[in-house]
Design a protein around this ligand. Structure first.
Ligand SMILES: Nc1nc2c(ncn2[C@@H]2O[C@H](COP(=O)(O)OP(=O)(O)OP(=O)(O)O)[C@@H](O)[C@H]2O)c(=O)[nH]1
Ligand SMILES: [Zn+2]
Length: 335
């Protein structure tokens, strides 16, 4: 897994050698050695629902965390009342290092980055084949976000009873993105869920999709316990129906992985995306970029990739696909 040092918002803690004996100079608080491990299931206006062993508890950030964000998927250390009893509130004193960070910018013109999900390994991009019509640019933008974050993308194409998948998949062939196709009949029989679940085993998968594509229907099929799982969260948060303003982590049956349902996305702001991280998902092209000018956009006259491909080192179609993806960083009307 790559680490994106300069992009993480992890506090950079360095332990300085201490010349004068054993007492550390800093006034760092005791390390909360008694803290329990927790996993953040959802966040609602500063209140976090955290799984500790098999209990769901409410917690808030300890003041010592400062402005550091805590998001769904985070592994945290919690102290205080961990009983999960009504009206109790534990404190999150530490956020463990993240293996990945899925971000979005609220808008391309708004450079403020929001972390959507921590520690995911896969991004399931749910798209209907019809009703609503697929939006290839939105798919491409989600792919860029996945590659930038170091997540493996998975295309989930729903409603194949309404339109075939072949035409849409033509433009993804050279990207080699894995995909699953589902339809109404297979949803009813359970085959759709089985097929998608095969791709989720042992992983933490964030699901994104435009409203109406069938994401909720699919997640409900994947997590038959959803009612119970969300009901449990509701009981703890004291709210009625779970409002999908935050992502929500749901366990797959038999501890076989996690699904993170996210609120319907209309777009994925890509202001934060670094072409150098995206090209990492193209190992066949990456060595060709070594001779690029500094901070090459890979879509400029001096880009070394043209020569690399012309010399037969890689398939021109791959370079075309990379450039198509990178171009989606520029927002167009309708995105
Ligand atoms: N024909 C067809 N309809 C489907 C399929 N999957 C879901 N639907 C329908 O599509 C509609 C939207 O499904 P939802 O699961 O609510 O979609 P969503 O993506 O969660 O949308 P939001 O809840 O708005 O975020 C519903 O009427 C579903 O019954 C499918 O495979 N085929
Ligand atoms: Zn270049």
């Amino acid at each position: 897994m790559r680490r994106y040092g300069k992009h993480t918002d992890e506090d950079d803690v360095r332990v300085r050698p201490n010349r004068k004996g054993n007492r550390p100079r800093t006034n760092i608080r005791p390390k909360h050695e008694d803290a329990a491990e927790g996993f953040v299931l959802t966040v609602d206006r500063g209140r976090l629902t955290v799984l500790v062993e098999d209990r769901t508890i409410m917690a808030m950030k300890a003041r010592e965390l400062g402005r550091k964000g805590v998001v769904v998927g985070d592994r945290v250390a919690v102290v205080g009342d961990l009983s999960g009893a009504k009206d109790t509130l534990a404190r999150i004193v530490r956020v463990e290092e993240r293996s990945s960070v899925l971000r979005r910018t609220a808008d391309d013109d708004d450079p403020f980055e929001r972390v959507v999900v921590a520690n995911a390994d896969q991004l399931a991009i749910v798209t209907a084949l019809a009703d609503p019509e697929p939006r290839p640019r939105l798919i491409d933008r989600c792919l860029v976000a996945a590659y930038d974050a170091g997540l493996e993308p998975l295309l989930v194409l729903t409603k194949s009873d309404l339109a075939p998948a072949e035409k849409l998949m033509e433009s993804y062939g050279s990207l080699g993105v894995p995909y699953v196709v589902t339809n109404r009949e297979e949803l009813a029989s359970g085959d759709a869920a089985d097929r998608v679940r095969e791709r989720l085993t042992g992983r933490l998968t964030a699901f994104v999709g435009h409203s109406g594509v069938g994401k909720t229907t699919l997640v409900n099929a994947l997590v038959p316990d959803r009612q119970r799982a969300t009901g449990h969260v509701n009981k703890v948060t004291g709210r009625g129906r779970h409002t999908t303003t935050s992502a929500l982590a749901l366990p797959l049956p038999d501890d076989s992985g996690w699904v993170i349902d996210t609120p319907g996305v209309r777009s994925f702001g890509l202001h934060h995306v670094d072409p150098a991280r995206v090209i990492h998902a193209f190992p066949d092209l990456e060595p060709g970029a070594e001779n690029c000018p500094r901070a090459c956009s890979h879509d400029e006259p001096d880009c070394a990739l043209d020569e690399w491909v012309a010399d037969g080192h890689a398939d021109p179609q791959r370079l075309y696909s990379l450039r198509r993806l990178l171009a989606t960083r520029e927002r167009r009307e309708g995105d």
